[in-house]
Write a protein that binds this ligand. Structure first.
Ligand SMILES: [Zn+2]
Length: 200
């Protein structure tokens, strides 16, 4: 996917933990880091070339957070991924067929397609929920290690500096990110209510 790997790098986190990451370069850096299914942290080289130490630490802590919760979630995500992908592919034809059946008032087809559509939405919803939960936990880890204000600063810097590609790939990338990552406001809200519960 337009990615070329360029060796490894040893990183030290502010709390003393050491991690080894695999570096890659890619034209866009909408995604600065990722944990692969093989439990390897891969980092866009751009992180070390264009971003402040705060962003570097944020991304490393976030990915390291993923690694700490990895085994269970990766199995769950893989199990949910295939039905979700199939459903995503099938959703447009299902909606079109459903619209057609409604126009021709074919009741049997309408009920069958409604059932199918509901199943597709559930499959996508389950996959998204598992992804979002996984991301929330990684973000909470970064909050805990780096402090909320520093993470907010990192978010703002990434938003401002990230290398944009053409309109379509930017849009596609953002949709893909939203399917797999919750918006920041939701992350903050969830974190606030979790912290409140913990204190109470
Ligand atoms: Zn993540």
């Amino acid at each position: 996917m337009g990615r070329s790997f360029e060796g490894t790098k040893n990183c030290q986190l502010p709390d003393g933990d050491k991690i080894e990451v695999l570096l890659y370069s890619r034209k866009t850096d909408l995604l600065l880091g990722q944990l692969t299914l093989l439990n390897t942290i891969i980092i866009n080289k751009s992180l070390f070339e264009r971003y402040s130490k705060t962003v570097q630490n944020y991304v490393l802590f976030h990915e390291y957070g993923h690694k700490k919760i990895h085994p269970l979630f990766s199995i769950l995500l893989v199990l949910l991924l295939i039905p979700a992908l199939l459903s995503l592919l099938a959703i447009v034809p299902t909606v079109l067929l459903l619209a057609h059946s409604i126009l021709t008032s074919n009741l049997q087809q309408i009920s069958a397609l409604t059932f199918l559509l509901a199943g597709e939405l559930i499959a996508i919803g389950l996959f998204m929920s598992a992804c979002w939960l996984n991301e929330l936990l990684a973000e909470f880890y970064a909050f805990k290690k780096l402090g909320l204000e520093n993470v907010k600063q990192a978010w703002a810097e990434i938003k401002q500096k990230h290398l944009k590609q053409n309109f379509l790939s930017e849009l596609f990338g953002k949709i893909l990110i939203r399917l797999t990552h919750p918006p920041h406001w939701l992350t903050l809200k969830t974190y606030a209510s979790v912290s409140k519960t913990k204190k109470a």
